[in-house]
Design a protein around this ligand. Sequence first.
Ligand SMILES: O=C(CO)COP(=O)(O)O
Length: 245
Amino acid sequence: MTRKIAAGNWKMNGTGASLAELETLAARTPGTAEMVICPPATLISRAVDKAGPVAIGGQDCHAAASGAHTGDVSAEMLRDAGATYVITGHSERRADHGESDADVAAKTRAGWEAGLTVILCVGESLAEREAGRTLDVVGAQLAGSVPDGATAETLVIAYEPIWAIGTGKVPSLEEIGEVHAFMRKTLSERFATGSDMALLYGGSVKPGNAAEIFGVADVDGALVGGASLKASDFGGIIDALDASV
Ligand SMILES: O=C(CO)COP(=O)(O)O
């Protein structure tokens, strides 16, 4: 059966005081959805101590296990700090750090080698959507960034249209459904467990729109930015996922 995952990406937000939000989440009675929080790297070890049933993830990792890479963090280090997940290929990393599909594939392999489950992000820009190229772009990202050997245990895909991130704009349910059905078909054709891989939607998910998004076929959860910073908001999204069938 496909996993249901509510993952929060705190991005470059959060200090020690923010862990109070995590403690509130950790006090929830777990439902059917897996809960994941990806705080900044500086908070991972402290977050692990407070996380209870919430899994902790990194937001990025270097492709190498160790070495002369000032400022970078390896997947092994994330694992050592207690993380069990890592995000790769977020559009903000692709844009801010020029990460290519090949870079994302290398980071994803590094995550697997360290024993982490990888949440790999794909998604089109507004110009690409308006040009009718969404499925071509997502298909090329899946082909170029997802390494061979992916399984439903080790890989989660997040579809995050760039124009929906932090904007309050969300694709129509039909548009989300079209991309998720396409990703399901593509992954099922390539991987033995592709039909069981969790496919998350990300981009302006809030408590108020989560239920209808989780009602779309092949949407198995969400990758949430802004609304994951407050336990009350993220809790509403988790409730909607728990209630979805
Ligand atoms: O980029 C995102 C999660 O990785 C989505 O961010 P928002 O939920 O703030 O739109």
